[in-house]
Design a protein around this ligand. Structure first.
Ligand code: SAH
Length: 350
């Protein structure tokens, strides 16, 4: 049993069952035993691989999208270039390399990162040293100026609540104990309000997820876009409106039971993009595959392939396929763009 499992079991014995959101928050961010606080989780040795770690093309095309939108909005200066959950800093390093040739872009930007893990902040400081990043502990500390923001696989790590429709009412799914082991259960009483009126017609047994931490985060982003313009690109897996129980645990690139090893496996849930876009116009929404293809990934891939042979060339082709193909990341991952009310739509959305 993990050290964190013992702590949580003791707590449940004293205080009663905990919500899925509290469980997720402890597993990911517990100061001593949390998944993100104790280890760098990425890459072949880690538990999962993200798009920027698969190929440099992902960050390069995101960079060109952000820079083109910045130009289309009159090249405002100064502006914030921000990333939420930057991981090892790979995506931002590729964004910055790809935008080096855009006149005035680097001179006008202030690089702002939001990262909860001290271990990952240290890695980011190393990777992005040349650009003097500034870390903010809360999203509402984003500077009051035009905002160009990227978040890749950030929202899937935020804690979710789960509600199940039973006897015509919404009850929260909880984690309690069964024979001294962590086990899912359901609250005896209905939850006030439930997950929201858009789910009113859902049949008995349906599970719906909500992510309350996403709301204030999106409110701040929308506030900056409204006041100063800019673009927020949010890339993650999920869909338009929450559907079913999507809580999942990954360890060493394989799915595992989310309750089996708290703190040792990555825990995520699908992102509800409808909830992220709520209250905002204008926006665009598409699949990762369609987005990257519209931005010219095929031409970029062909160009990079010219310098490669053998295994490196094969890996490059596989990475291109993995990012864009519908059977891989192409359609499971989505891209949501929120942009300034007087701005033209960003490139990449046809
Ligand atoms: N964007 C990177 C990493 C994705 S993993 C990539 O694409 O490779 C999720 C990232 O979000 C990690 O850096 C993790 O430490 C960070 N993170 C997760 N929850 C967070 C929170 N509540 N606040 C700030 N950062 C968080």
């Amino acid at each position: 049993m993990t050290a964190l499992a013992e702590i949580l079991i003791r707590r449940i014995r004293e205080d009663g069952p905990m919500t899925v959101a509290s469980y997720m928050a402890e597993c990911l961010m517990h100061p001593e035993h949390g998944y993100y606080t104790t280890r760098p989780p990425f890459g072949a040795q880690g538990d999962f691989v993200t798009a920027p770690e698969i190929s440099q093309m992902f960050g390069e095309l995101i960079g060109l999208c952000l820079a083109q939108s910045w130009l289309d909005q009159g090249a405002p200066a100064p502006f914030t270039l921000a990333e939420l959950g930057p991981g090892r800093g790979t995506l931002m390093a590729d964004v910055l390399r790809a935008t080096r040739g855009v006149p005035g872009f680097h001179a006008a930007m202030r690089l702002v990162l939001h990262e909860a893990s001290p271990a990952l902040r240290a890695v980011q400081a190393e990777t992005l040293r040349a650009y003097q990043p500034h870390w903010i502990a809360e999203i509402d500390a984003l500077p009051d100026q035009p905002l160009f923001l990227i978040a890749n696989e950030f929202f899937d790590a935020l804690p979710i609540h789960q509600y199940q429709r039973t006897h015509g009412q919404w009850r929260e799914r909880l984690i309690g104990l069964q024979a001294d082991h962590l086990a899912f259960g359901i609250a005896p009483d209905p939850t006030n309000g439930g997950p929201g009126p858009q789910f009113a017609a859902e049949p008995e047994g349906t599970v719906v997820e909500t992510c309350p931490q996403a709301r204030p985060c999106m409110a701040t982003i929308q506030h900056r876009l409204h006041a100063h313009g800019g673009l927020a690109l949010i890339v993650d897996y999920g869909g338009w409106r929450s559907k079913g129980d999507t809580l999942q645990a990954l360890k060493s690139h394989a799915f595992t039971d989310p309750l089996a090893e708290p703190g040792r496996a990555d825990l995520t849930a699908h992102v509800d993009f409808e909830a992220l876009a709520e209250g905002w116009a204008p926006y665009r929404y598409t699949t990762q595959g369609a987005f990257l293809i519209a931005l010219g990934i095929d031409a970029r891939a062909a160009r990079l392939a010219q310098g490669l042979t053998g295994a490196a060339l094969e890996n490059h082709h596989a990475a291109h396929h993995r990012l864009t193909n519908d059977a891989e990341m192409g359609s499971l991952f989505k891209v949501l763009a929120l942009y300034g009310p007087s701005a033209p739509p960003p490139p990449g959305f046809v």
